[in-house]
Design a protein. Sequence first.
Length: 335
Amino acid sequence: MTENEQSPDRISAGALLTPDQVRRVRSRSDAWGAALVLHAWSVILAAGAMVVLLPNPVTYIVAVMLVGSRQLGLLILMHDAAHGALFRTPWMNRWVAQLLCAWPTLADTPTYRAYHLRHHRHTQGAADPDLVLTGHYPITPASLRRKLWRDVTGRTGFAQRRGQLLQALGEPGWPLKRRVRHFWSALGPQLLANIVLAIAAWAGGHPWLYLTLWLIPLLTWQQLVLRVRNIAEHACVRAADDPFGNARTTLVGWVERVFVAPYWVNYHLEHHLIMWVPCYRLTTLREFLCQNGYQSRMETERGYRAVLRRVIDVNSEDGPRRRASGTFARGFEAA
């Protein structure tokens, strides 16, 4: 959602910030956007090189965590581009995000954008399409453990990709030509991008890397950090009708930034307050908001462990069992 698409019931940036502060957080940079995309892929390549040069279980597990977090990072950068905020140049927001962020991770920027803007318009309301992800919290500790275990073992990721494939195949009764067109529209570019990645791994002399250090992280660690991040952003927040309390910012250290929350995604309340601010200006936006006297009103938690403690109900024998279902994009829709 760009500045012109700001919902009428939101607090305007001008009511929160001075004109000079607005100017500073509005600034977008092609160099910043390109550097972040390059950084994500550099970390992925470095993780692969680490496993090739030092093959052992420890380096492999660390590499899976690094790649999975950067796959989330690519989705975060796609999210910024969907808001028109990652790059200053419009065509770069459209095509760099598709080619280097969305398609390799089996996503699609226009599909995501259409869905995601409804989340911003109806945050935590009955019409919020992301309410299915976090509206059923708090849950029991056992329920949370089951969810996280399904994520890290690949069951969640496999189920999502299976649903995505079935959706792309269309209805069995459709003519073949229609089904082929539908499949290409829904999943064709994403599959081509992944074929390119597999060919690149093969050309580099390590064809096994595509499976072990792209698909496995995509199905495991990425799913885990997606869920943790979704929980942190909107589960058990203070008030649905409070713009300072319907989303949460989680203050994190460097370990969580590396493995769970890349590219300032943890500054989620700030993003909801002024959604057209680029991710690389969110820390500055928070500083300005605190300077202007809003710190005490801002829903904030320190660390993801503290967030997870907040969303469990130890007094309940069994929590609600609403299943988070829907399109493949919903795994990262709470951004």
